[in-house]
Design a protein around this ligand. Structure first.
Ligand code: SF4
Length: 441
C-alpha cells in the first residue's frame, strides 16, 4: 500500500484542507505513515502569513533531498498559500527538493500528477471538479472543523489571503448541512464553521433554507439551520469580519447551540491605522457592533486579532489600540507584530518604518494588558459552574474548553469522559486556565 505524510502550517483552514488531501489520498488506496522519511508522497501545506512560516518550508528542503538519496522515487509536494501567491514562481526556485507545486484548489489533480510520476501507485485519474467537495479524512473526535467558504474579497493591505486563496467562494448550504449531518452521525457534537470572513457567507442555494427559517441574512440563516440539527450540541465559527456583523447575525448569537464566545478581529483601535489597513470600518463602528453583540448575548466572551507596529503607527495610535482593548474588555487576542508580505498592497504603499525593537515593546505591552484582563475576566468564573467539552484525560487530569472557549482543567482519571460535555465548578482562575472540580449536572 502506498503511503503519505502531510505537514501542515498555519490556520484551521489549512488543517481542514490537509484533511481533504488525506481523504483524497485514502480514496486512492494510500495510507498515512507517521515516518515521513519512508513515505511515497510527502505533502507540505504552507502558510504565508508570516515570513517565519515560509522560511521553515525553505529550511526543510535539505531534509527532503536527503530522504531522496535512499528513496529516489519519493514525491514531495508543496501546496497551500505559498504557491497560491507565487504567481511569478520566484519561491519555487528556492525549493529544489520539491516535485509538485500547486495552489490548494488544484489538489483535485493529485491523482493524475501522481500517476504521471509513479504510475504503479495510482490507477485512477477520476477527480472532483471542486476541491471543496472532496471528503476530508478526520481523526475520530467530538469536535470538527467545517469549511463553508474560501478566499476573501476584503483586501486588507497587510494580508496575503486574497492573493494566496483567491476571491471569496462559498459552498452551497446543502453541501455544508450534509457534511454537518455526517459529522454528527460519526459522533461529532461541536462544529466550528470556517471561512476567511465566515459571516459574509452567501449561499449559492438559498432555497435550501427551511420555510420557517426566520432570517434573510444567509449566514444567520445557516446558523439557524445548524441549530436545528439533532445531536449537535455546540456551534462555533471563525473568523468574523466586523463589517459583516449584520443585525441578524448578531441576533443569531443568542441561538441555543452557539458557544458563548465570539472571535472578532479588530486589528487596531485607531481610525487612521484602520484606514491604511483598509479595514473599511472605524473604531466607533466597531464599538457599535460590540455594543449590539453584548446586548444580544450578555456575558459573551470576546476574542480578537491585533497587529502592532503597522507602518506609520505612532505611539499615540498604538495607545488607541490599548484603550480599545480595555473598552471592549476582550478575553483574549492573538497579537502579531507587523510583518511585510511581498505582493500585498501594504508593501507597495507603505514603508515598514517601525523598528523591530519598537514592535516588540508594543507587543509586550499589549500582551501584558491581555494577561491582566484575562485573569480579571477568569476570576469572575470562580465559584460558578461551566460546561466543559472534555478533549483530553491524562496524568489524573481532564481538560477541555468551556462554553466561553476557556481552557478548563479538573482532577479526573475517567477517560470515558473524553468527547462528553460535563459540568465543572471553577475553584481557581489563572490567566489561561480555569481549575475546577467536576460536579453533578
Ligand atoms: S478580511 Fe482582511 S485579514 Fe481577513 S482574510 Fe480578508 S484580506 Fe485577510
Amino acid at each position: 500500500m502506498p503511503t503519505f505524510s502531510i505537514t501542515t502550517y498555519g490556520c484551521q483552514m489549512n488543517k481542514n484542507d490537509s484533511e481533504r488531501m488525506a481523504g483524497l489520498l485514502s480514496s486512492l488506496g494510500f495510507s498515512e505513515t507517521p515516518d515521513e522519511s519512508v513515505a511515497d508522497l510527502i505533502i507540505v501545506n504552507t502558510c504565508s502569513v508570516r515570513q517565519s512560516a515560509e522560511d521553515r518550508v525553505y529550511g526543510s528542503q535539505e531534509k527532503y533531498l536527503e530522504y531522496k538519496k535512499t528513496k529516489p522515487d519519493m514525491i514531495v509536494a508543496v501546496t497551500g498559500c505559498m504557491p497560491g501567491r507565487d504567481k511569478a514562481r520566484a519561491f519555487r526556485q528556492r525549493l529544489p527538493g520539491t516535485d509538485l507545486y500547486f495552489p490548494t484548489p488544484e489538489m483535485v489533480h493529485l491523482p493524475r500528477w501522481i500517476a504521471e510520476l509513479r504510475p504503479e501507485l495510482v490507477n485512477s485519474d477520476s477527480l472532483e471538479a471542486d476541491y471543496l467537495k472532496i471528503h476530508p479524512m478526520r481523526a475520530p473526535s467530538a469536535q470538527a472543523f467545517l469549511t463553508i467558504q474560501t478566499g476573501c474579497n476584503k483586501f486588507c493591505t497587510y494580508c496575503v489571503v486574497p492573493y494566496a486563496r483567491g476571491l471569496e467562494r462559498n459552498r452551497p448550504a446543502a453541501d455544508i448541512l450534509r457534511e454537518a449531518r455526517e459529522l454528527i452521525a460519526h459522533g461529532v457534537i461541536e462544529i466550528t464553521l470556517l471561512g476567511q470572513t465566515v459571516n459574509s457567507y452567501r449561499a449559492t442555494d438559498p432555497e435550501t433554507f427551511s420555510k420557517d427559517n426566520p432570517y434573510k441574512d444567509h449566514y444567520a440563516a445557516l446558523l439557524w439551520e445548524m441549530n436545528q440539527l439533532p445531536g449537535l450540541e455546540r456551534l462555533h465559527w471563525t473568523a468574523a469580519h466586523p463589517l459583516s456583523m449584520s443585525d441578524e447575525v448578531i441576533h443569531a448569537l443568542a441561538l441555543p447551540k452557539q458557544v458563548n464566545y465570539l472571535h472578532l478581529p479588530v486589528q487596531s483601535g485607531n481610525n487612521e491605522v484602520l484606514r491604511r489597513m483598509n479595514r473599511k470600518y472605524t473604531r466607533e463602528q466597531f464599538m457599535e457592533v460590540i455594543k449590539k453583540v453584548k446586548a444580544s448575548r450578555p456575558g459573551i466572551a470576546l476574542g480578537s486579532d491585533i497587529i502592532v507596529g503597522f507602518p506609520g503607527e505612532t505611539r499615540e495610535q498604538f495607545n488607541d489600540t490599548l484603550s480599545l482593548y480595555e473598552e471592549v474588555g476582550f478575553d483574549i487576542s492573538y497579537n502579531a507584530q507587523y510583518s511585510p508580505r511581498s505582493g500585498t498592497l501594504g508593501v507597495k504603499l507603505y514603508q515598514d518604518d517601525i523598528s523591530k525593537d519598537e514592535k516588540r515593546d508594543r507587543w509586550d505591552e499589549l500582551q501584558s494588558l491581555m494577561e491582566k484582563l484575562s485573569l480579571e475576566k477568569n476570576q469572575n468564573f470562580v465559584g460558578k459552574k461551566v460546561s466543559v467539552l472534555v478533549d483530553k484525560c491524562d496524568n489524573g487530569y481532564a481538560s477541555g474548553q468551556s462554553h466561553e472557549m476557556k481552557l478548563t482543567r479538573f482532577k479526573c482519571d475517567d477517560a470515558s469522559l473524553v468527547g462528553n460535555i460535563v459540568p465543572v465548578e471553577v475553584k481557581e482562575a489563572k490567566s489561561w486556565v480555569l481549575e475546577g472540580e467536576r460536579v453533578a449536572s
